[in-house]
Design a binder for this molecule. Structure first.
Ligand SMILES: Cc1cc2nc3c(=O)[nH]c(=O)nc-3n(C[C@H](O)[C@H](O)[C@H](O)COP(=O)(O)OP(=O)(O)OC[C@H]3O[C@@H](n4cnc5c(N)ncnc54)[C@H](O)[C@@H]3O)c2cc1C
Length: 368
């Protein structure tokens, strides 16, 4: 949707989003709605050059994202009150320390480190070793954002074809033939695969480097006011972001814990079911990490499919060996921190064949 928005705004109006289901019915509508200044690895762990470029890419994505949502004429539930990265152990706190220094040096952004006592001042009775506050992180309602963007784009005419499953894309003469199951063929000059975890279904040659995995979340029933007031209204994560949580309309949403079950939910693409094991582990996580949230029922749980890549970086650019075909995916669980800026790279590549945005070479799918 982000790409469609960028293309249409750049005057490339004869553009359609083809969706086999409904908009935001998979990962985008099931996400936790936390905008984070990170990918699946911390920036300092990627080394100076790669880390700094990736930080510039995500930092700029998030700056534009928040600016756009602030200006949006639709409801987004945006809360740009920052994010709290919580350290479960002293080792994790040390990593956050290094990350804070890296972000200050390379983005001139101060992300203060907080002591155990300071964290307890915010989250009482908890045993976190400390944390880092990231002022530019935010929370939002992902379903509202994606669908709001759709309405904005479609003000000038329909651009989204739902219930249209693409079964294949073939080079034919000078165009691309996009086959839609039971419906026919669309002839296009260019195709961009925005399928993230589902990419290998249409580009099987990328199956080795785009691995689906299933994430799961739970939501509590409405919390008592006295409990809800103890939770800061911001994005919160811990265990190197393996667990993530936030308040949403008086409920606590918590995701993660796939690492605590056998197989870590790797290779799964069915988001129509959940793992009872992960459900149990998520409940235990709440009891252990947030002891003040007691005697509360978990009324909802759901799953969604994300996409891992071998080097923890996304794939943004030309599909190797396929002219006029591009890919925007491989977000390693942080799609909202990539999609906007990634769309700008694809837009440039379509318009001029090159782009000056950070990440152009780094994320080139040809590296595999
Ligand atoms: C539980 C969970 C929590 C998350 N939390 C966060 C978070 O807090 N912050 C964050 O930044 N990211 C988060 N993510 C990751 C984020 O949701 C994804 O990275 C992002 O939504 C990917 O967007 P996408 O549009 O590329 O993929 P998707 O939203 O998965 O969309 C791909 C679409 O392609 C369609 N499709 C597939 N095959 C075909 C076909 N053959 N023809 C037509 N259409 C097809 C699917 O129907 C689907 O709608 C989370 C993900 C999950 C599952």
């Amino acid at each position: 949707m982000s790409l469609l928005y960028n293309l249409v705004n750049a005057g490339i109006t004869n553009t359609y989003l083809v969706e086999e289901n409904t908009v935001a019915s998979h990962a985008s509508g099931r996400s936790s709605g936390q905008l984070m200044l990170r990918g699946s690895k911390l920036f300092h762990e990627l080394g100076d050059d790669v880390g700094a470029e990736y930080l510039a890419f995500i930092g700029e994505n998030n700056r534009r994202f928040i600016k756009g949502l602030r200006a949006a004429g639709f409801d987004t539930d945006l809360r740009d009150t920052g994010g709290l990265r919580l350290a479960a152990t002293e080792d994790e706190l040390e990593k956050l320390n290094l990350e804070s220094k890296f972000i200050l040096e390379h983005r001139k952004l101060n992300c203060p480190i907080m002591s155990k006592a300071e964290i307890q001042g915010i989250l009482p009775q908890t045993g976190f070793a400390g944390g880092m506050f990231v002022p530019t992180e935010a929370t939002f309602n992902p379903y509202k954002v994606v669908n709001g963007l759709r309405e904005l784009v479609e003000k000038k005419g329909p651009r989204v074809l739902t219930d249209c499953q693409v079964t294949g894309v073939k080079q034919e003469d000078k165009s691309l033939a996009v086959s839609i199951r039971h419906k026919g063929v669309i002839r296009a000059k260019r195709v961009v695969y925005c399928l993230n975890a589902y990419t290998p279904e249409l580009l099987p040659e990328l199956a080795e480097v785009m691995t689906p995995y299933r994430g799961q979340m739970i939501a509590t029933e409405y919390l008592e006011d006295s409990v809800a007031q103890l939770l800061p209204q911001m994005s919160m994560t811990c265990n190197d972001c393996h667990e993530y949580f936030r308040l949403h309309n008086g409920r606590l949403l918590v995701g993660g814990m796939r690492h605590a079950v056998r197989g870590q939910q790797m290779g799964l693409i069915n988001d129509g079911e959940i793992s009872p094991g992960v459900f149990d582990k998520l409940r235990s996580f709440v009891a252990g990490a947030l002891p003040f949230v007691q005697n509360v029922k978990f009324s909802h749980t759901w799953s969604g499919i994300m996409c891992a890549t071998p080097d923890s970086l996304p794939l943004i650019g030309n599909v190797p060996g396929r002219e006029n075909e591009y890919i925007l995916g491989g977000f390693n669980g942080y799609g909202f921190g990539h999609a906007l800026h990634g769309s700008m790279i694809i837009k440039d590549l379509i318009k001029t064949g090159t782009s000056t945005h950070p990440g152009v070479q780094l994320f080139d799918p040809g590296r595999f």
